[in-house]
Design a protein. Sequence first.
Length: 384
Amino acid sequence: MKFFLRSVPLVVAALTLGLGAGLVFGQSVSGSGMRSERQRRHRVEFAYAANQGANSLSGYRIGPSGKLVPLSGSPFATGAAPSSVAEHPSGKFLYVANVLSSNISGFRIGRNGALTAVPGSPFSAGSGTVAVTIDPMGRFLYAANCGANCSGSGDGNISAYTIDNKNGALTSVTGSPFAAGQFPYLVAIDPSGQFAYAANAGSGNVSAYRVSGHTGALTPIAGSPFPAGTRPLAVVVDPWDEFVYVANTGSSDISAYTLSANGSLTPVPGSPFAARSFTTAITVDPSAQYVYVPAQGGVLAYTISNSGGLKLIPGSPFSAGTGPGSVTVDPSGRFVYVTNGGSNNVSAFELDYYTGVLATVPGSPFAAGSFTASVATTAGPRPR
């Protein structure tokens, strides 16, 4: 099925969306399954942008056209210099990495999108807590601590926590923090929840770990760390668990790897792939057909080949604001959002499923706070 989708992108979009909702070809949908699908469609989507210069989160409801509508009560207070936002798969919780206060703010998401602190928030982490990531099952949270408040000196590490699925509180995993390379900037978990990858900006490589499904502890994989480009700042695993991509801001390119069954990484043919200056973030859309990278001049868009190679999409880069630095695709796979740290706002695009081309959403960019550093989207809590 993966080969078919990538080779023939003009597949009926509804089928892909059905797969994303947990449907399987050849099976009928029961009454309860139909109710679940209706609930999924009626879940309100929200977006949250971290304002590093204002110590706050801007919250929005995502409109049908992708427009961002400010939430009542927004912006919401965080710790010092929030730099990363991660949403819980349930849509109930949101977590923020605060790089200068070296901790994690945890929030419960209300049905109207409003945020309230979870018990025990903020949670202590390591020096320079620059990014947070949650495993696909919502069991564990990982924080990249870049060390020395991200000055680029000294080795950092990764803090690991279990997540209380009732109240969202975090509890440190035994053995945490876990060693990483120099200046770890982001952690990614593969869709199966078996492996974790850390982009080490200072040492120019990727640390790979096996994740304990029972405890969340990290164990280095044989061969780790794996070479990357210069100053890798971001890493992502594609939704079909086949490829890993790393954004290298120093060498202005993208390292691409095949993910082996044991979690090790092998460069794909043609890697690294050219990008532009200030290649700072990377994401893959839910259909695993396209890669999006904010860089100088806007958002670079690529198609993914069957071997994991990247080909620039015509019209790329797509214009964004000043200093684009973070990118995400909403849960529906329809919209792409990019933070613009230099212009204090968020650019919104509609994603063409068949081509990967981005079209600016009417009203974009949408105002945020001082130095908008990161953005995340969520489907929000499920209806009762």
